[in-house]
Design a protein around this ligand. Structure first.
Ligand code: FMN
Ligand SMILES: CCCCCCC(=O)C(=O)O
Length: 366
């Protein structure tokens, strides 16, 4: 039930978030790296994919549910790891986890969360994965991973795109803060004394291990029994390597266009990565999902599920836990309608032939 005056799409939630947040935080959440070419592309590349619906299919019952790494979810829409939710709302990641539980989906908790892994775990029964940045202080990482494992997180998502933080010019101008991160209390100082630009960038420079390499997957395996997913795979070469080193899942992602500008829109990379992976491990996807139709397109291109980053933060900033629930419900409703109008009664009915990409459109003109 939509109440009067409520936002009816993600874009309207973004506007409410803009009104609710201090400029420094809104710029942080919404921005991308440098020229923000990839930021624009992540969304616009979806607009260039059109649909090829089928008719006279019984769509009187539509089943959106699916399974991700053995966990049943109500729809192929999960919550991406995004940092520091208390900047968006005082309840922070606890509100996000509760919304994930209410929507029966999976939440990926950021390593840079403002609530602790324990607070999030004890707040509700959401299925949770823990995202990891590898710090120079491997002992700190090992402790965090083991705390997450003890508290019932179901997987580790290793983000490998951040040997340095991307250049986010709004954050530099705003002198973006690096807030207190409770997870690290007593383990690592999160204070940075750099008055020049983004404190977050300075914090990343101090902490993140830029010597991380494929060999280190062995180290990660040695400290956890949980499945390991790798986040930021944008080429067939890296997809093949990831499978060779034995990851349990791949996330096609360009970090919401916040790291390396002029990488392609992540939706356009799926067709390169999915065949390289074969069916060996699940391929998940994120970047630019703003409509249920975008979820449909990603599934048609071989993703098993999508992760949603900024829209969740917009929901949180605008209306807390309720806002996130509304964002996810809206995306689900839009996906359901797209499926009904395309002749797909379950997610496995969505196939490559239900969409037409820009490349195919151009080829058809030759
Ligand atoms: C404000 C913000 C913070 C993020 N923080 C993290 C993070 O802590 N760890 C991580 O792996 N990815 C992080 N990401 C990337 C997201 O997990 C995801 O890849 C991206 O947001 C997807 O694109 P979308 O925002 O267009 O949905 C962040 C993204 C945003 C927008
Ligand atoms: C220690 C690395 C800082 C990462 C900041 C969070 C993030 O991923 C982002 O995109 O912002």
């Amino acid at each position: 039930m939509i109440m009067e005056g409520e936002p009816v799409n993600v874009k309207e939630f973004q506007e409410l978030a803009r009104q609710a947040l201090p400029k420094m935080y809104y710029d942080y959440y919404t921005g991308g790296a440098e020229d923000q070419y990839t930021l624009k592309e992540n969304v616009e590349a979806f607009h260039r994919i059109t649909l090829r619906p089928r008719v006279l299919v019984d769509v009187s019952r539509i089943d959106l549910s699916t399974t991700v790494l053995g966990y049943r979810v109500s729809a192929p829409i999960m919550i991406a790891p995004t940092a520091m939710h208390k900047l968006a709302h005082p309840e922070g990641e606890v509100a996000t986890a509760r919304a994930a539980a209410a929507c029966n989906t999976i939440m990926l908790l950021s390593f840079i969360s403002t609530c602790t892994v324990e607070e999030v775990a004890s707040s509700c029964n959401a299925i949770r994965f823990f995202q990891l940045y590898v710090y120079k202080r491997r002992d700190v990482c090992a402790q965090l991973v083991q705390r997450a494992e003890r508290k019932g997180y179901k997987g580790i998502v290793l983000t490998v795109d951040t040997p340095r933080l991307g250049r986010r010019e709004a954050d530099i101008k705003n002198k973006m803060v690096a807030p207190r991160l409770k997870n690290f209390e007593g383990l690592l100082s999160t204070e940075v004394d750099d008055d020049e630009g983004s404190k977050l960038e300075a914090f990343a420079k101090e902490t993140v291990d830029d010597a991380l390499s494929w060999r280190d997957l062995g180290w990660l395996r040695s400290i956890t029994n949980l499945p390991i997913l790798i986040k930021w795979v944008l080429t067939r070469e890296d997809a093949i390597k990831a499978v060779e080193v034995g990851v349990d899942g791949i996330i096609v992602s360009n970090h919401g266009a916040r790291q390396l500008d002029y990488t392609p829109a992540s939706i356009s990379v799926l067709e390169e990565v999915v065949p390289a992976v074969g069916e060996k491990v699940p391929v998940l996807f994120d970047g630019g999902v703003r409509r249920g139709k975008d979820v449909f397109k990603a599934l048609a291109l071989g993703a098993q599920a999508v992760l949603v980053g900024r829209p969740v933060v917009y929901g949180l900033a605008a209306k807390g836990e309720y806002g996130i629930k509304r964002v996810i419900e809206m995306l689900k409703d839009e996906l359901e309608l797209t499926m009904a109008l395309s002749g797909c009664s379950s997610v496995k009915d969505i196939t490559r032939s239900h969409i037409r990409t820009e490349r195919e459109r151009l080829q058809s003109m030759l």
